[in-house]
Design a protein around this ligand. Structure first.
Ligand code: G3I
Length: 395
């Protein structure tokens, strides 16, 4: 019942453009390919952190986190020496569990919940003065092995509502926003409504989406409820079509009074090939007309098809961050930006052997603001400069 995560990931995550050798990225004047390095004495802490620059402008910048890697007790005692823990605390004012709050992370069996890892992250966020995003309450991936042999048309509605009531209820009043439903739109599946032929659709019908949102709203009236998706960032016919279908879904929600507050644009970008542009800007403005905020929820930049070496790779990643955020942060309804991880050492891209993840030179990718050794990359600079350029400092 559950699709394997990587079976069609190429089509899903990076579109056709990513597989074509794209034109070289035009680098901004402040960063040339030869400047792929970051000044050795760059200050990144306290007032120079991404967190501080975002907060000064009323923005939230954050990262996806693996709670198992956090030294929560050490941090609590004010004595952690763990670099990853310190970096997450120092650089983010919002965090999200990369996997710990998915069904597979919470549901060891059909009759039980295990909040241990998710609670670790909640505790850490409280200690670090961070907001917490919930990801996610309903998705066709990240499902536990028992799901496909347990879920039926007769019990799926109860399975879904009990899960949401229990999980969103467990964190009631403590969640900034929930990705209530993730990736429900897939025009390539050929339905007139553009919905993905997911297990939830097959078991419950298209109403599963509204059911999830209504249940989440009742379980946690304070959380902002988000629909999250990918493949809507680029100016390509395929992604323009998907943006259109997502907008129709959002408009149907609003027309029916479905409790939804934000659209999550995952923003898994590529350093070359087709790029985001007017289509995404227009989409964000249409969301504003629907009184929806837009969150950049999972940003990273893939360089698998870039032929150049590490400096040019870094420069291309930085230029992509800057260009994208310059475009989205000028929109007043974009208050949140998260990257899908903080260091390439734990990036999902470097954990995959799929063609869309492997560079021809065999080098590990550097898609995030910190590298494998927790050193700032040019993307760190690009992120900080884009945050500064995107919003005035709040008085
Ligand atoms: O925890 C198990 C472990 O016990 C087991 O030994 C191991 C080998 O089978 O698998 C581990 O689970 C893996 C999990 O990550 C935790 O590492 C899953 O197999 C693996 O499929 C899962 O991949 C995650 C993927 O979502 C699917 O849930 C990636 O880390 C995560 O970065 C990725 O994130 C998604 C977002 O949730 C939604 N948007 C797209 C994004 C990238 O695909």
């Amino acid at each position: 019942m559950t699709e394997t995560c990587n079976s069609h990931l190429t089509r899903r995550r990076f579109g056709q453009g990513a597989l074509a050798m794209g034109a070289a990225v035009a680098l901004p004047g402040w960063l040339r390919a030869s400047d792929g390095a970051v000044p050795a004495n760059l200050n990144i802490s306290a007032g120079d952190s991404l967190r501080a620059h975002a907060a000064a402008r009323g923005l939230l910048y954050g990262v996806a986190v693996n709670p198992a890697l956090l030294d929560v007790d050490g941090f609590s005692a004010g004595a952690t020496s763990d670099g990853y823990t310190r970096l997450v605390a120092e650089q983010a004012n919002i965090v999200v569990a990369e996997n710990a709050m998915k069904w597979a992370g919470l549901r060891p069996s059909a009759g039980s919940f295990d909040f241990s890892q998710a609670d670790r992250l909640m505790r850490f966020a409280q200690l670090a003065g961070q907001r917490l995003r919930g990801h996610n309450l309903c998705w066709h991936e990240g499902l536990p092995a028992w799901f496909k042999t347990t879920a039926t048309k007769d019990n799926a509605r109860l399975l879904l509502t009990q899960h949401i009531q229990t999980v969103a209820g467990h964190y009631r009043g403590q969640i900034h926003s929930w990705d209530v439903v993730n990736e429900a739109v897939e025009p390539a599946d050929g339905r007139p409504d553009g919905l993905r032929k997911s297990p939830w659709l097959e078991l419950i019908g298209p109403e599963y989406i509204e059911l999830a949102f209504q249940t989440a709203a009742a379980a946690d009236p304070q959380a902002k409820l988000t629909y999250n998706d990918y493949g809507i960032e680029l100016d390509t016919p395929e992604q323009a079509d998907k943006r259109g279908q997502v907008l129709l879904l959002l408009r149907r929600f609003k027309a029916r009074g479905v409790p939804i507050h934000a659209m999550g644009v995952q923003s898994h970008l590529q350093a070359d090939g087709p790029q985001p542009g007017a289509g995404l800007q227009s989409f964000i403005r249409e969301c504003a007309k629907l009184d929806l905020e837009v969150y950049v929820t999972e940003m990273d930049v893939n360089t698998h098809s870039l032929a150049d070496g590490p400096e040019a790779q870094d420069a291309a990643v930085a230029a992509t961050y800057r260009k994208y955020l310059d475009m989205v942060l000028v929109e007043p309804n974009v208050p949140v930006v998260l990257t899908w991880g903080i260091t390439s050492a734990h990036s999902w891209i470097n954990q995959s052997n799929e063609p869309w993840a492997r560079r021809k030179d065999g080098a590990r990718q550097r898609p995030l603001p910190f590298d494998d050794n927790l050193k700032p990359t040019p993307a760190f600079l690009a992120l900080r400069e884009a945050i500064d350029a995107g919003r005035p400092v709040r008085g």
